[in-house]
Ligand binder design. Structure first.
Ligand SMILES: Nc1ncnc2c1ncn2[C@@H]1O[C@H](COP(=O)(O)OP(=O)(O)O)[C@@H](O)[C@H]1O
Ligand SMILES: N[C@@H](CCC(=O)OP(=O)(O)O)C(=O)O
Length: 413
């Protein structure tokens, strides 16, 4: 990730929806449906589940709301035709299954929406498509055109070509980025559970009706894998995705596929994540929540304050240790000496050239090693603060953008 791959920042002119009741009037909604709602390992695609979702979404499309559907299920739908009895762990087998299943899934959607006179299209995305400026602009343009035509774009990760390194891995977070891409009014995440509970659903678990910040999630126990055996991230990735959306100014609702109609009507179902903060550049959302962190820079107290409180670029003089192996441009964590992650940033130097620079001024380094060493280690524009220095472990970082004043952006993490 380099500066040329920076995606465009556009501010949202309209006011975000204030409550789930506003969904009834929303003009553009991203709906994500998980494998567990559409498919089973044994039976492949459930016609009944897919058709009833298509009925609900097509009806809303016919009323004039633009709908973008992010649908999982390709891998799961491709298992039976390949004679596989469970979800494979090998990437190439997942890719093969997705390649078979995606076509089947689209055929069913085309038919189910087509019954209502609604045209659908297939949009397969990779991380690169959303992070690189030119790809991002392309994806945005194509999506807008499709929506202008009244089409319902059906989005999935391009599983057949995405490698481990560049994979989103789950469609929940992909859906959050798609909501950001199309500047949706809301994101609805549908799965097999009707809301977020204070623990994995069981008798006695309490529904969480609304999440306004990280403090509402402190006592929530979230299971990683859903019970159906076909989903990938369980509730964890749904909460992450809803948080990413909420932190970039898009409210999110987590509920079950059965509740899709009620959710779109603005009824009191599911868990509503209220917006915090304003729209963030997609690159910063990626850096905060999605980037594969390659190593750590340990900051002395002065540097931790400069970065974590005063939002300055990180200079070599304030670094006391380097951990991991990384190249220039890679995402790294910035920690204080207690191990707490203060920020994520893109490093200007590789891990093997940093040790000789630690604790030294940029002037001194430039004189001794050349002009190339005058740069900061992490520039403020490539930095996102997750926990301001000194904030308690459970404290929520205040959400704000700081780009215009030359300081780093802060996102609640
Ligand atoms: N705290 C929680 N609240 C609600 N559901 C939870 C919680 N912890 C774990 N889950 C599980 O998450 C599952 C949904 O995730 P998953 O199966 O990955 O869905 P999908 O395939 O639709 O993306 C539910 O079946 C539920 O059992
Ligand atoms: N892209 C994959 C889905 C990955 C995924 O996120 O699945 P899920 O947790 O069911 O939303 C597929 O179509 O099978």
């Amino acid at each position: 990730m380099t500066e040329e791959s920076e995606a465009q920042t556009v501010s949202v002119p309209k006011r975000p929806l204030q409550s789930r009741a506003g969904l009834a009037r929303a003009r553009r909604i991203v709906v994500k449906v998980g494998s567990s709602s559409l498919t089973s390992v044994a039976g492949g695609i459930s016609d009944e589940a897919l058709t009833s979702l298509a009925d609900v979404l097509a009806a809303r499309r016919q009323q004039g709301t633009e709908i973008i559907l992010v649908s999982s299920g390709a891998i799961s739908a491709g298992l039976a035709p390949l004679g596989l009895s469970r979800r494979p762990s090998q990437l190439s087998t997942q890719q093969a299954a997705a390649s078979v299943g995606q076509g089947l899934l689209m055929a069913r959607y085309t038919e189910a929406f087509g019954r209502h006179g609604v045209t659908v299209s297939q949009v397969l995305l990779t991380v690169e498509d959303l992070m690189r400026r030119t790809h991002h602009a392309n994806a945005h343009r194509a999506m807008e055109r499709l929506l202008n035509f009244g089409v319902v774009p059906i989005v999935n990760e391009n599983d057949t070509v995405a490698s481990h390194e560049i994979r989103f891995g789950d469609n929940d977070r992909l859906a959050a980025l798609v909501a950001h891409l199309v500047k949706a009014d809301a994101l609805i995440l549908l799965s097999d559970v009707d809301s977020l509970y204070d623990g994995p659903p069981s008798a006695g678990a309490r529904r969480i009706p609304e999440v306004t910040g990280m403090q509402d999630l402190e006592d929530v126990r979230i299971g990683k894998v859903g019970k159906a055996g076909v989903g990938t991230g369980g509730m964890v990735t749904k909460v992450e995705a809803a948080t990413i959306a909420a932190e970039s100014g898009i409210p999110a609702l987590v509920t079950s596929t059965e509740n899709a109609a009620a959710a779109l009507a603005g009824e009191d179902v599911g868990t509503w994540f209220t917006t915090r903060g304003v729209r963030q550049p997609i690159r910063l959302l990626w850096l905060a929540h999605l980037a594969r962190i390659q190593g750590s820079l340990v900051l002395d107290d002065g540097a931790a304050r400069a970065v974590g409180e005063r939002r300055r670029s990180l200079l070599p003089a304030g670094i006391v240790a380097v951990e991991g192996h990384f190249e220039p441009g890679d995402p790294v964590a910035l920690r204080d000496t207690s191990g707490r992650v203060l920020a994520h940033g893109l490093t200007n130097y590789a891990s093997d050239e940093l040790p000789k620079m630690l604790g030294r001024s940029t002037k001194e380094l430039a004189k001794e090693l050349g002009r190339g060493y005058e740069r900061s280690v992490v520039h403020v524009n490539d930095l996102v603060i997750l926990h301001p220095h000194g904030a308690g472990a459970g404290e929520q970082a205040p959400s704000r953008t700081g780009q215009s004043d030359g300081t780093a952006a802060t996102l609640g993490a």
